[in-house]
Ligand binder design. Structure first.
Ligand code: MG
Ligand code: MG
Length: 270
């Protein structure tokens, strides 16, 4: 069942999302060669608690840490460890926060030092596909419209769209209805209405769309060992239009990146 949020509830969700956004911004300055994902996880847990939140993933379905840390060929759900990041790696960091009984949950794939040109392009296309999907999240459209838009754009670039893992409704629980696949058919699936809140999160592989899982029961990686990227935003439908609850602004501030990609959503006319 889809749980529609009041404007007060959406404001609480924005607060939770903001802590995630700031946590990712803090991590942006810390991601570099020689740093372990476990160290970053510890920094994030402290930061989240200092900002009045609780790590949303820690203990959720028995996940052992605060962040999902998925380097290179890992798609999602990687477990932080003591292996140092290396020059040329990419690291997808997924972060959840619970505050005031509402969850925030978003993700960004970071570059560790200089990365290969083809990997850089994968990251750019995956992030672009996120926004292309979000544009379709508006009243009257359906789940399939978001999935179709992401899939079309991604496959036109020759990349693999992961099928087994999907975006989701978000609120008092981390995973609510509806499921939000990154593939689909126009006009199919549940209809979007005012007050819906979701996490949209393309997971895109440089090569095959196929994945496998490590014996740890968590880590998902590409079947061909090629890199995978993951970007995620939290979005509400307000006045019929998609409104971002999360922001990458803190990441861009930390990395000195100029971007107006989020500003565009305030200009959308229906
Ligand atoms: Mg997430
Ligand atoms: Mg999510």
């Amino acid at each position: 069942m889809i749980k529609i949020k009041s404007s007060e509830e959406i404001e609480l969700m924005r607060e939770s999302a903001l802590i995630v956004s700031k946590t990712l911004g803090m991590l942006a300055s810390e991601v570099k060669p020689g740093v372990s994902t476990l160290h970053l996880d510890t920094l994030a847990e402290t930061f989240i608690r200092d900002h009045g939140g609780v790590p949303g993933f820690l203990g959720l379905y028995d996940f052992p840490n605060s962040l999902c840390m998925s380097p290179n060929a890992q798609v999602v759900h990687g477990i932080p460890n003591k292996t140092p990041l290396q020059e040329g790696d990419i690291i997808s960091i997924d972060c959840g926060v619970l505050k005031n009984e509402f969850y925030g949950d978003h993700a960004y794939t970071f570059e560790v030092g200089e990365i290969a040109e083809e990997t850089k392009k994968l990251l750019n296309v995956t992030k672009q596909s996120l926004y292309i999907g979000i544009r379709e999240f508006k009243t009257g459209n359906r789940v399939g419209d978001v999935g179709y838009a992401i899939q079309k754009f991604t496959e036109d670039h020759g990349y693999g769209v992961v099928r087994e893992l999907v975006g989701h409704g978000l609120g008092r629980t981390m995973h609510e209805d509806p499921e939000m696949p990154n593939y689909g058919k126009r006009g199919r699936g549940k209809k979007f209405v005012e007050g819906m809140t979701v996490a949209i999160e393309p997971m895109t592989n440089l090569g095959t769309k196929n994945i496998k899982q490590l014996k740890d029961g968590w880590t998902i990686l590409t079947a061909d060992g090629k890199p995978s990227a993951h970007f995620e935003h939290n979005v509400a439908i307000v006045n019929g239009k998609p409104e971002l609850l999360s922001t990458f602004k803190y990441i861009y501030d930390a990395l000195g990146i100029e971007s107006n990609e989020e500003e565009e959503f305030r200009q959308i006319k229906l």
